[in-house]
Ligand binder design. Structure first.
Ligand code: GCB
Length: 647
């Protein structure tokens, strides 16, 4: 054994080597925060809106709707942002609309933003589904492909062109999915005049949630000084009671800058500081970031304040950005998932961003309600099935200690044409964007690159090997997984992952009505996967539909009783296997959610343990009892959780 100093030195060297990330993107994507040098102006609320219902859906571009006020080129309606547009009106053609929709908002800017040449003004869209083009005063400022990640543009010079003009922001959004988008989809034109009206077409998708569309997350303007903190990357570790925070700050807008990096504890006391743009901060008597129910003080966050000063011939600029930092480690053995070197058992849920009226639009009351339900349930984790969730949700996870498997929108990859080079390249860019956005969240402990792709297809092996390898090169500190269905014999991707994640629906999609098959089939599933790969396994989905309020005893499919007995039958097997290599169970699903209409879906997927309105079904109480018991066995409950009902 080496001396503690020597080990500490090695640890620091390891830390220094791990995070020279090879992000292909040329700038950072820090969450916009106010500070003494930065202002934020939210543009949430009512926007002007029109769907382009022309037969080729292209009239907006042909007639350049972005060049003047939208109201001048046709009828407009009110549309809230953020929200999906689908469920806002009574118009069935808008609910199922496919093609371009147009949003517009005029903003009055503070005079200083226009006159002060030393201020950058950035327009940022939290997410818009799926393809977006953005103009300011008729000039295109950016395009973005992908429905779940932010994009932004510096619009300083544009707004200064003619200070008398208001700032008119136009955003065109197209929800059409192609074989190369993530998720993929395709358009079917149905031309038989004896069956379909003229021009009839549908969007086909191979995933099980409604393709809600629109501007789903906040749009905002924020400022920075001309020389500014463009990105920060943090990787953490600890040795005994000393925390180690490896950081790297990138500055733009100045060739040289002076730096002050200060790490503060919750009380605002400085615990470490540096004047270098990169290095390792040592934190004595460290307070680690722990998951909910694993420690009496979960979700501990330090604040890393980065202060950059730079000058040019005209002025001196100072930029300040404060990043929340949780100090923790993540690692995997052949049978365990370790957080801070202690075994962590995922007892959690799969979610969706989905609710009445708003669709996939960010909604604070819903977010807070969901976190209260997670805590009530005793859930310590969730997976962002099947796409990256809002940053605001991940920030809640950081603060509350809810552990996250962060999934990219690689869902429904079932067509062989979606394994080609164009798809692969886009998948890699999406992983770049995802890791760039979420790399500093302590709650994010694993990346998931896809859900249930057609792994048996010949190109799948190369495709997933490449995506997983790329993700590991972006972030060598977190395990990577992809989620497989239970089709063990056909799988081609699990060889490359760190943790095997398996979805199965015994007694539902197979042997419907026969819960007695669950113990045998689940046991076989686990033994097969572990036997072959010797990697820890998470049951990443299991469940059954239950229409709230429908009952029968003996249990029949679609009743609350059937959902309960399916869950209980799975739990018996989990309890045997978690002593060995099963490291988690995530119920499908937290809440009922909207899907495409079809004969197997009764106004959406009903596998929620809560209804879409977040009321518990009988299964929620089964799970609550189990999760609290698991927490008692595996964690350390905070004193106030002795009274979970009071939450
Ligand atoms: C799955 C999918 C999920 C579906 C679920 C179901 O395997 O990953 O997106 O919603 O099954 O209920 O069929």
């Amino acid at each position: 054994m080496g001396s503690p100093e020597k080990l500490g030195g090695l640890r620091v060297l390891w830390l220094l080597s791990v995070f020279d990330v090879a992000l292909l993107l040329d700038s950072g994507m820090l969450y916009p925060r106010e500070s003494s040098s930065r202002e934020v102006k939210e543009l949430n609320g009512l926007w002007v809106f029109r769907a382009d219902k022309s037969s080729n859906r292209n009239q907006g571009f042909e007639r350049a709707w972005y060049k003047s006020r939208l109201a001048e080129t046709g009828p407009v309606i009110d549309m809230p942002v953020p929200a999906s547009y689908n469920d806002i009106t009574q118009d069935p053609t808008l609910r199922n609309f496919i093609g371009w929709v147009w949003y517009e908002r005029e903003v009055v800017l503070p005079a200083r933003w226009i006159t002060d040449e030393g201020t950058r003004v950035v327009l940022r869209v939290g997410s818009a589904h799926y393809y977006s083009v953005v103009w300011v005063n008729g000039v295109e400022v950016m395009e973005h492909a992908g429905g779940h990640l932010p994009f932004e543009a510096d619009i300083s010079s544009l707004i200064r062109k003619d200070p008398t003009m208001p700032c008119r922001i136009t955003i065109a959004v197209n929800n059409t999915l192609t074989l190369q988008t993530l998720p993929p989809g395709s358009i079917q034109h149905l031309n038989d005049p004896t069956k379909y009206p003229d021009g009839f077409f549908v969007q086909s998708i191979a995933f099980d949630f409604f393709n809600y569309a629109g501007i789903h997350r906040p749009v905002l303007l924020y400022t920075t000084p001309k020389a500014y903190v463009d990105d920060i990357t943090v990787v953490t570790d600890f040795l005994d009671s000393t925390g180690l925070v490896k950081y790297n700050v990138s500055v733009k807008g100045a060739s040289t800058a002076t730096m002050k990096v200060t790490l503060m504890d919750r009380e605002g006391h400085c615990v470490a500081s540096s004047t270098e743009p990169s290095g390792v901060l040592k934190v004595g008597d460290v307070k680690l970031w722990w998951p909910y129910l694993m420690h009496e003080n979960p979700g501990y966050l330090y604040s890393m304040e980065v202060r950059v000063t730079a000058a040019d011939e005209r002025a001196t600029y100072e930029d300040v950005y404060a990043l929340p930092v949780g100090i923790r480690t993540v690692s995997v053995t052949s049978t365990q998932f370790l957080i801070n070197n202690k075994p962590f058992y995922f007892h959690g849920v799969n979610k969706h961003e989905d609710s009445d009226i708003r669709g996939k639009g960010l909604d604070w009351p819903l977010i807070v309600k969901d976190f209260n339900l997670l805590k009530w349930l005793g859930a310590n984790s969730f997976r962002t099935s099947h796409y990256p969730y809002a940053e605001e949700i991940l920030q809640m996870c950081d603060r509350h200690g809810i552990v996250v498997i962060d999934e990219c929108p690689g869902v429904g990859i079932k067509d062989i044409r979606s394994f080609g080079n164009a798809s692969l390249e886009h998948h890699l860019v999406v992983m770049d964007e995802l890791v760039r956005r979420d790399k500093n969240h302590p709650s994010v402990v694993m990346w998931s690159v896809a859900n249930e792709p057609a792994a048996e297809m010949p190109p799948a092996e190369h495709y997933f090997k490449t995506v997983i390898k790329h993700t590991k090169s972006l972030d060598p500190t977190r395990p990577v997984t992809y989620i497989t269905d239970s089709n063990f014999a056909r799988d081609k991707g699990a060889a490359f992952v760190d943790v095997v994640c398996v979805n199965s629906y015994f007694s539902w999609y197979h042997d419907p009505g026969h819960v007695e098959v669950i113990p045998i089939q689940l046991n076989t599933q686990f033994e097969n996967w572990y036997g072959k790969y010797k990697k820890p396994i998470i049951q990443s989905e299991y469940g059954a539909d239950a229409v709230p309020g429908v009952h029968s005893d003996p249990p029949l499919m679609f009743t609350e009783e059937y959902q309960k007995i399916v869950l209980q039958s799975y739990h018996d097997v989990f309890d045997q296997k978690r002593k060995h290599y099963v490291i988690g169970e995530l119920i499908w699903n937290f809440a009922d959610f909207m899907t495409t209409q079809g004969i197997t879906r009764v106004v959406g997927n009903k596998k929620g343990i809560f209804s879409r309105q977040r009321q518990p079904k009988a299964a929620a109480f089964i799970l609550k009892e189990r999760y609290w018991r698991l927490a008692n066995e595996t964690g350390r409950l905070p004193y106030w959780t002795k009274y979970p009902c009071a939450l």
